[in-house]
Design a protein around this ligand. Structure first.
Ligand SMILES: CC(C)(COP(=O)(O)OP(=O)(O)OC[C@H]1O[C@@H](n2cnc3c(N)ncnc32)[C@H](O)[C@@H]1OP(=O)(O)O)[C@@H](O)C(=O)NCCC(=O)NCCS
Length: 153
């Protein structure tokens, strides 16, 4: 059982660079997303960042905009802990569901996310307008229902 604890940070830029360096479709020097709600990081015992996650609103939905655990620290439960932190926040905010576009859907399924059809999703991702989407790149649109009777953003 991991003892790592996600802590809120306002260093969006630092997280964006980490996401980019770990293969996510995030511009490392791009502006902070308009709908940014919060970022969290996990630090090692020396205070170095080893993981991060970001939550924002897009198209009226709560969306996990990026999640990364640095390679040496993967498969020890940190990703799952961070996802729980974020879905707890969405619940606190009264959101009906959390959404994301997943490169590794199997990881998110372990945390209760389920795939939904592209046609059933609001425009939460730039992927939807990319030439590669569902031709050479097949990310999964996913949701995790949270509050029965909750509200949209
Ligand atoms: C995806 C990522 C965040 C997972 O983080 P992690 O800390 O290794 O995940 P956890 O240890 O919390 O794993 C939770 C569960 O998911 C499974 N899992 C983790 N990564 C997986 C993967 N790539 N494929 C399938 N299952 C995976 C774990 O085995 C574990 O299952 P278990 O409880 O049955 O053992 C991490 O691999 C990463 O940062 N990857 C690079 C960036 C990336 O692809 N981010 C996602 C973009 S959508």
């Amino acid at each position: 059982m991991s003892t790592y604890k996600p802590m809120e940070t306002d260093d969006y830029r630092g997280l964006a660079r980490m996401f980019y360096e770990n293969g996510l479709e995030v511009k490392p020097d791009g502006p902070q997303p308009e709908g940014l709600i919060a970022c969290w990081e996990v630090l090692d015992s020396r205070g170095e960042r080893i993981a991060g996650i970001e939550l924002e609103t897009r198209a009226g939905e709560y969306v996990v905009g990026g999640i990364t655990v640095l390679e040496p620290y993967r498969k020890s439960g940190i990703g799952e802990i961070m996802l729980r932190t974020v879905t707890d926040r969405v619940k606190e905010m009264g959101g009906q569901r959390a959404m994301l576009v997943a490169k590794v859907p199997e990881f998110f399924e372990k945390s209760g996310f389920r795939r939904i059809a592209r046609e059933d999703s609001p425009e939460i991702s730039k992927c939807f307008t990319c030439d590669q989407f569902e031709t050479s790149c097949f990310p999964a649109v996913m949701e995790k229902p949270l509050n029965e009777g909750g509200t949209k953003v």
